[in-house]
Design a protein around this ligand. Structure first.
Ligand SMILES: Nc1nc2c(ncn2[C@@H]2O[C@H](COP(=O)(O)OP(=O)(O)O)[C@@H](O)[C@H]2O)c(=O)[nH]1
Ligand SMILES: [Mg+2]
Length: 296
C-alpha cells in the first residue's frame, strides 16, 4: 500500500520545511509514505527548499496556474507514481500533519473513496465571526447541491482512494474543494469526514484575497457545477398562478424553449459523463504503460 502526500505550493519557502517535518513517514497499514511537492510556478526558493528537504518527488508548472490546476497536476502525478492513497495538504502548514493516519483510516478500513478533514471551524480562533458564518452558509449550500453531509466543504486536508482520484476531473479554475465534493456526490462516491486539528496561522490566506471575491468565485462554481450535473432540476418545474391567456401563451412558449434548453443541457451533461468515462479508460491504459516502462 503506497501513500503519497501531495503539497500544492505557490511561494511557500518559509512554511514548507515545517509542513514536511510534521508529516509522519511511518504509518500503520502503509508500506511506503512518499511526499510530492507541486510547485505552481513559484518565484521564491520553493523548489530549492523542497530539494534540500529531500522530498521524494517534485513537479513544477512553468508559470503560476492556480490552485485547481495544481491540485489536478498533483493527482495525475500521484497516480502515475502508483499511489494507492493520495493525501492533499497545504504548503502553509495549516493542517496538522500528525492527523494524516486518522485521515486515511476510512479508506484503509472503511472502503471510503474520499475523506475530508473537518476543521470544526467553530473552534478556530483566528477565523473571524463573518468568515465562520460565511463558511457555514456556503457549506450548507454545497451539501444541498451535492446531496452529501460533508461538514467542512472547503477544507484542503483530504484523502482520496486511487479509484476516486482517477474519477475526479476538476474543470473550474479557482479551487477544487467545492467542485470535488459536488462531483463525488454526483458519482455516488463514499465520502467520509473526520475531525482534524489545525496549526496556528502561519500567514494570511492568499486564496481568499477578499471575502466578496471568494463568495463570487465559490457561488459561481456551485451554480456551474449544478447546471453541469443537474441541468433539468436547475430549470425548476415552472408552475404559477397566471390568469391572462396571453401571459399563459407567452410563458408556455418560454417554457417550451427552456425545456428544450434544459434537454440540451441534459445531453451535454451525459456527454460530459461519457467523455469522463473515456478519460478514465485512457488514463488506465496510460498507467499500465508507464508501469511497464518503470519495470523495464
Ligand atoms: N493562493 C494560491 N495558492 C496556491 C496557488 N497555487 C497553489 N497554491 C497552494 O494552495 C494552498 C492553499 O493556499 P492558501 O493561501 O493557504 O489558502 P487557504 O486555503 O485559504 O488557506 C497552499 O498550499 C498554496 O501554496 C495559487 O496560484 N495561489
Ligand atoms: Mg492556508
Amino acid at each position: 500500500m503506497k501513500l503519497i502526500i501531495q503539497i500544492p505550493c505557490y511561494n511557500e519557502e518559509k512554511t514548507l520545511p515545517q509542513t514536511v517535518a510534521d508529516i509522519p513517514r511511518k504509518i500503520e497499514g502503509i508500506d511506503s509514505v512518499e511526499i510530492l511537492v507541486i510547485d505552481d510556478g513559484s518565484t521564491d526558493k520553493t523548489i530549492e527548499t523542497a530539494k534540500a528537504l529531500g522530498v521524494d518527488h517534485i513537479v513544477s508548472h512553468k508559470r503560476n496556474r492556480g490552485l485547481a490546476l495544481t491540485f489536478m497536476t498533483g493527482l495525475e502525478t500521484c497516480l502515475r507514481l502508483g499511489a494507492d492513497i493520495i493525501v492533499n495538504t497545504d504548503g502553509d502548514n495549516q493542517y496538522y500533519g500528525a492527523d494524516i493516519p486518522k485521515l486515511i483510516t476510512p479508506i484503509l478500513i472503511g472502503g471510503a473513496d474520499m475523506v475530508i478533514g473537518d476543521r470544526q471551524t467553530d473552534d478556530i480562533e483566528h477565523f473571524g465571526f463573518f468568515k465562520k458564518k460565511l463558511q457555514k452558509a456556503g457549506s450548507q449550500m454545497v451539501r444541498m447541491l451535492s446531496n452529501t453531509d460533508v461538514p467542512d466543504t472547503v477544507s484542503g486536508f483530504r484523502a482520496f482512494s486511487r479509484q476516486a482520484a482517477l474519477q475526479i476531473n476538476i474543470v473550474s479554475r479557482y479551487s477544487y474543494t467545492v467542485e470535488s465534493v459536488i462531483q463525488a456526490g454526483d458519482k455516488r462516491m463514499k465520502i467520509a469526514s473526520v475531525p482534524v486539528r489545525t496549526n496556528p496561522k502561519t500567514r494570511e490566506s492568499r486564496l481568499i484575497k477578499s471575502i466578496p471575491r471568494f463568495v463570487i468565485n465559490q457561488v459561481s462554481t456551485m451554480v456551474r457545477m449544478y447546471t453541469m450535473f443537474r441541468p433539468l432540476k436547475m430549470l425548476g418545474k415552472g408552475d404559477g398562478h397566471i390568469q391572462s391567456l396571453v401571459m399563459a401563451m407567452v410563458l408556455l412558449l418560454i417554457g417550451i424553449q427552456l425545456w428544450v434548453l434544459g434537454l440540451l443541457g441534459d445531453v451535454i451533461s451525459f456527454n460530459r459523463k461519457l467523455i469522463e468515462e473515456a478519460l478514465l479508460r485512457v488514463r488506465r491504459i496510460e498507467m499500465k504503460e508507464s508501469d511497464k516502462k518503470n519495470s523495464d
